[in-house]
Design a protein around this ligand. Structure first.
Ligand code: LCS
Length: 396
């Protein structure tokens, strides 16, 4: 079921368009069709028995895998340069599947404290209910990571750049610590996408993605992915995903395939636009500070240059004037849409303190790096001048 993807000599743009499609017949549909079906038919009982073996690449039932999903998985693996990949129903399905593949009752995780909120909740509230404990540390301080390790630590979980703080973690340093202690490294690469950062090449064991974001790119699907070694993916697929059930639908796999084909080209534009917007914001008197890994002013800019290939489309900035200033800006923009999610062709703006994090006490919010005037911008593919003009008219 899990196919080892042969390394491609193609460049990234070619891979995004063609990888995974080698198995399609040379005569017939040019683009991979949607196998919009739940089950597959066999000609004989012998054929059926063969298909049930774990080594078989035949499809039996869509919760176990589907041909449209297989093409998508080969494309993801080609882009992440991993041995194999698994597509899932959502980013959270990818994260929970990756964690449950490695961890069981009595195991311990070290995770950074700046994480996407649902990932934090999963580690903080849900996994302890099944006997998996997490210690949260400041991921920018590798000493804290080492000090948090226990005899039962099985995984180091990081997110870089982190949502929404844009904090980075030194990936190579984490890999070094983890290898010394025989711990599996898992990174959420959603903000960078495989075009901005290739963690497997830096020594990371398991990469997870919310493909809802840059990978699909058009705001049409909820989807996730895991990229890792073939044995890890096999185990994730058979031991976890098959029974927990967070599988991607054939239609969402197909939509994501179309999104992935243009990811490298979209990502170049996201990066160019974000750099221009970040420079504009940095020069604006109503703004206290701007965090964009590509700016010299990012406290970890040197690290960004060492481990990232490009810096993506996500910007965080702090408005002077706190909550009220944040509300005024998101109410005032017209082109930049007030919406959660990110990585869309459209520019999305979000002020956590007055929306997604409204009910979290100010002190707790601050602790996770979400200050009152923090605004997160997912810079889209529009003309940069238009995005800047929209922000300019919304700012005091
Ligand atoms: N990882 C990161 C870094 C994310 O930003 C998200 C979703 C997820 C995982 C979960 O992915 P999903 O299951 O939604 O596909 N981030 C969101 C956000 O910042 N606003 O809305 C969703």
């Amino acid at each position: 079921m899990t196919m080892k993807v042969k390394p491609h000599r193609w460049g990234r743009v070619t891979k995004a368009i063609h990888a995974g499609e080698e198995t399609l017949p040379r005569t017939g549909p040019l683009i991979p069709p949607i196998y919009q079906n739940s089950t597959f038919r066999f000609a004989s009982s012998d054929e059926c028995v063969d298909a049930f073996s774990d080594e078989s690449s035949d499809h039996v039932y869509t919760r176990w895998g589907n041909p449209t999903q297989s093409v998508l998985e080969a494309k993801i693996a080609a882009l992440e340069e991993s041995e194999a990949a698994l597509a899932t129903a959502s980013g959270m399905a990818a994260i929970s599947t990756a964690l449950l593949t490695r961890l069981g009752h009595g195991d311990h995780v070290v995770a950074m404290d700046s994480l996407y909120s649902a990932t934090h909740n999963l580690l903080y509230e849900d996994l302890p209910r099944v006997g998996i404990e997490t210690t949260f540390v400041d991921g920018t301080d590798t000493n804290q990571i080492e000090q948090a390790l226990r005899a039962n630590t099985k995984a180091l979980y990081i997110e870089s750049p982190a949502n929404p703080t844009l904090k980075l973690v030194d990936i190579r340093a984490c890999v070094k610590i983890a290898r010394l202690h025989g711990i599996t490294t898992i990174i959420d690469n959603t903000f960078a996408s495989p075009c901005g950062q290739q963690p497997i090449k830096l020594g990371i064991d398991v990469v997870v993605h919310s493909m809802t974001k840059y990978m699909s790119g058009n705001g049409t699907v909820i989807a996730g992915a895991i990229a890792a070694s073939a044995p890890f993916i096999e185990s994730a697929r058979i031991r976890v995903l098959r029974n927990f059930g967070g599988v991607i639908s054939p239609f969402n796999a197909w939509l994501t395939l179309h999104g992935l084909a243009t990811l490298p080209l979209r990502f170049v534009r996201h990066c160019e636009n974000a750099f221009r917007v970040a420079r504009f914001l940095e020069s604006h008197p109503a703004i206290e500070w701007v965090r964009y890994p590509g700016l010299h002013s990012h406290p970890q800019h040197k690290l960004a240059k060492r481990q990232m290939q490009s810096f993506g489309g996500m910007i965080a900035f702090e408005l002077k004037g706190g909550v009220e200033a944040g509300k005024r800006l998101v109410n005032g923009t017209q082109l930049c849409a007030l919406a959660v999610s990110l990585g869309d062709v459209r520019t999305l703006i979000c002020h956590p303190a007055s929306t997604t994090h409204l009910h979290i006490p100010a002190e707790a919010r601050k602790q996770s790096g979400i200050s009152d005037g923090l605004v997160r911008l997912s810079v889209g593919l529009e003309d940069a001048e238009d995005i800047i003009a929209d922000l300019d008219q919304g700012l005091p």
